[in-house]
Every structure is written in C-alpha cells, then in structure tokens.
Design a protein around this ligand. Sequence first.
Ligand SMILES: Nc1ncnc2c1ncn2[C@@H]1O[C@H](COP(=O)(O)OP(=O)(O)OP(=O)(O)O)[C@@H](O)[C@H]1O
Ligand SMILES: O=C(O)c1ccc[n+]([C@@H]2O[C@H](COP(=O)([O-])O)[C@@H](O)[C@H]2O)c1
Length: 224
Amino acid sequence: MVTPVTTEVSQALKKGTVVMGGTFDPIHHGHLRSAVDILDCFQFETLRLIPCFQPVHKGEPTVSAEQRLKMVELGIAADSRLSVDAREILRAGPSYTFETLVELRAELGQEEPLIMVVGMDSFLSLPTWARWQDLLSVAHILVISRPGWEPDFISTLESFYEKHRAESATELQCAPAGKIWMQSFTPLAISSSQVRNLCREKASIAYLVPETIQRFIEAHSLYK
Ligand SMILES: Nc1ncnc2c1ncn2[C@@H]1O[C@H](COP(=O)(O)OP(=O)(O)OP(=O)(O)O)[C@@H](O)[C@H]1O
Ligand SMILES: O=C(O)c1ccc[n+]([C@@H]2O[C@H](COP(=O)([O-])O)[C@@H](O)[C@H]2O)c1
C-alpha cells in the first residue's frame, strides 16, 4: 500500500533533540536542504548530523571518517542551528543506530523527545536494521520524502508503521519516543553516489554540494 506523506506545514514542535545520521560520503545539498526544511517547518532550535564510522548495511565509505566529518563541518557552517555529533566516529566499529540512540537517551534523560530523521529510502530498509523494532522505545522516527522513493511498504513495515504512526506531528512533542511521522519537503534528487560518480568522470559537482565542499574535494583529490 502506498501511504500519503504530509506536505502541509505542520505545527511548531520546538521541543526535542533532532538527529540525522548518514554516511555523508560526501554531504550534499539534499541532506542540508532537508535539515533546514525540518528546522523551519517544526521550529526546532537545532539539528545534529551524526556521520557514521562504519555503515552496517553497505560497503566501506570511499573516503576516511575524518574527511567525511570535515565535509559535514564545512557543510553546516552556514547555518548555526546545525551541528555535528562525532560520537559514532569516536566509538569506531560498526555504527549501529540503536546503540547511538540509547547513548543519546541516557544523556537526555527519560522525558526529552528524541527524533531520528531518516529519508524514505532508509525507512524502507528499516526491517534490516539491528534492533529495528526497539528503535521506537528510545526515539521517534521522522521520515522525510526523497525523490524516487515512494512509501510503498512491505507488510512487516506497513504493520509497524500503522501501529506507531502519529495522527499529527505534534504527537512527537507529547512523548519522548514511540511515534512515526512522515513529511514531504523540497524534492532534491541529489545523492552522494551521484556526486562520487561525477567526480570520477571529472564532471562538475557545482550546485550539488556547497562550494566549500567542492573545494575540499578538489584540494584533497577525493573520489577520483
Ligand atoms: N536528496 C535527499 N533527500 C532526502 N533525504 C536524503 C537525500 N539524500 C540523502 N537523504 C537521507 O539522508 C540520510 C543519509 O544519507 P546518505 O549519507 O547515505 O546519503 P546518500 O545520498 O543516500 O548516499 P549514497 O548515494 O552513497 O547511498 C539517509 O536517511 C537518506 O535517506
Ligand atoms: O543500525 C543499523 O542497523 C542501521 C542500518 C542501516 C542504516 N543505519 C543508519 O541509517 C542512517 C542512514 O544510512 P545511510 O546508509 O543512508 O547513510 C545512518 O545513520 C546509518 O548508520 C543503521
């Protein structure tokens, strides 16, 4: 079944810690615009990007964790509401999201809403994640639209979604964890693999990533 994704501007949520994990190999305007859309739409004060060290579901990243972290730092510099949380890189080993959320929950206490942002493609793969059914015991899940990915769920995910979906985005503010909300934002069909492929083909990556990142990639001869 294809589930509708909300497009209208939701009520301000303000309260809560919002995190967005990714390989960020490299970070691009699809990630950054989504983060800004989330902040503007729900009026959260901050959003933390969490670059993973070792993705558990795909091959090794093309460049080092330090280089990916540096590019995230460069990417967020233009908006003081964005921050980077390097805990998965410092922890090293496979970057299990459940472990990260449990750590965050311990730091935030039991009351603070914790909201994990994932793109639609990541959400569709949720049943392959470690402890996926337990993620909602520590956080809410905010699913954001991504061009090319429809909310067309396999039955396990559909029943999980139906059981936990919020009736309105404001429910994410009323409890520390446990709800799923889907929201549609500026559709930008940009991916890190597209950026890497363009670099390999010696084609321009202008306007897909911030200029600072384009310069960093060129200066360090990345993605050749
Ligand atoms: N253009 C985009 N629009 C919305 N969400 C996105 C977009 N690109 C990435 N995301 C989301 O950001 C998170 C981190 O993505 P990731 O760092 O793997 O980038 P990617 O572009 O998907 O990389 P790759 O092409 O290497 O698979 C994921 O939850 C993903 O769904
Ligand atoms: O914990 C897991 O089993 C797991 C499996 C797949 C993806 N994730 C996380 O999902 C986020 C997006 O993944 P990716 O591959 O799109 O960068 C990133 O933070 C990953 O660590 C986590």
